[in-house]
Design a protein around this ligand. Structure first.
Ligand SMILES: [Zn+2]
Ligand SMILES: [Zn+2]
Ligand SMILES: [Zn+2]
Ligand SMILES: [Zn+2]
Length: 248
């Protein structure tokens, strides 16, 4: 068996090492029967018998080197901090697939493994399929014909769409519904639906008129005294123009 210390290569696996170890960190040395977890992002955690809190850890170390030969040793360095684990007796070693864990939301139509949602992202545990969700998107029970989940998104009204923009486009749906629907309060020209990072309602006279508003995550509930639409959002009612003083 090779005894050379090696720099840990980029990996997507979770390594688990168990043994009686000396753990050197923060100027102290602990000794005990522990489990060492090495995560793909170079986070190292050393766990003993109780509690959720590791005995020692380094989050996203700059470098991790491991040696396995007659036991194991691990050295992790992050800035001016370091963590060194040296086994006195090795109990076991394993390397396992690791992914982000999220709430299961369906099956991947491409590889049949599970799709999970964590925050605004849906990803497949099996392949590289990833779908970013628009702000405030809620998943629907009924799936799309393409096999992916569908979502409801509030942008002026509630649009029900596939989570894959390539399958059904939120931009197209909002444009179809609200393009030229409202008038610019500054010059009277039509407000067009545009994508600049988020979805905007921007004046057609641009660049002569630079009026533009981010379309809020909410549904139109009426008209503001200024003439622009009023929106019902999760944090209450407001004008399309977030700075509008008529909107109280
Ligand atoms: Zn997949
Ligand atoms: Zn679809
Ligand atoms: Zn204008
Ligand atoms: Zn207003």
């Amino acid at each position: 068996m090779a005894s050379a210390t090696r720099e840990r290569e980029e990996t997507t696996t979770l390594s688990v090492l168990a043994g009686e170890c000396l753990v050197h960190a923060e100027g102290e040395t602990h000794r005990g029967d522990v489990v060492v977890l090495l995560k793909p992002d170079n986070t190292v955690l050393v766990h003993d018998a109780d509690g959720y809190r590791p005995v020692a850890w380094l989050t996203r170390a700059d470098s991790v080197s491991t040696r396995r030969n007659d036991g194991f040793s691990i050295t992790a360095i992050a800035g001016d901090r370091s963590l060194h684990v040296e086994s006195q007796a090795e109990y076991g070693f394993g390397e396992f697939p690791a992914s982000h864990a999220g709430i299961p939301v369906g099956d991947c139509p491409e590889c049949d493994r599970v799709l999970v949602r964590s925050g605004g992202l849906i990803g497949c545990l099996g392949c590289s399929n990833r779908y970013g969700l628009p702000d405030g998107a809620r998943l629907l029970d009924e799936g799309c014909d393409c096999g992916l989940p569908r979502m409801a998104v509030d942008r002026g009204e509630t649009f029900e769409l596939c989570i894959d923009r390539g399958c059904e486009s939120l931009d197209e749906a909002v444009t179809e519904r609200f393009d030229r629907e409202w008038s610019c309060p500054a010059c009277g020209d039509d407000l067009r639906v545009l994508r600049r990072g988020g979805l905007l309602a921007g004046c057609d006279a641009y660049p002569d008129c630079e009026t533009a508003y981010v379309i809020p995550t909410g549904t139109v509930s009426g008209t503001c005294d200024c003439g622009l639409p009023r929106f019902e959002t999760r944090s209450g009612g407001r004008c399309l123009d977030a700075t509008c003083e008529e909107s109280v």
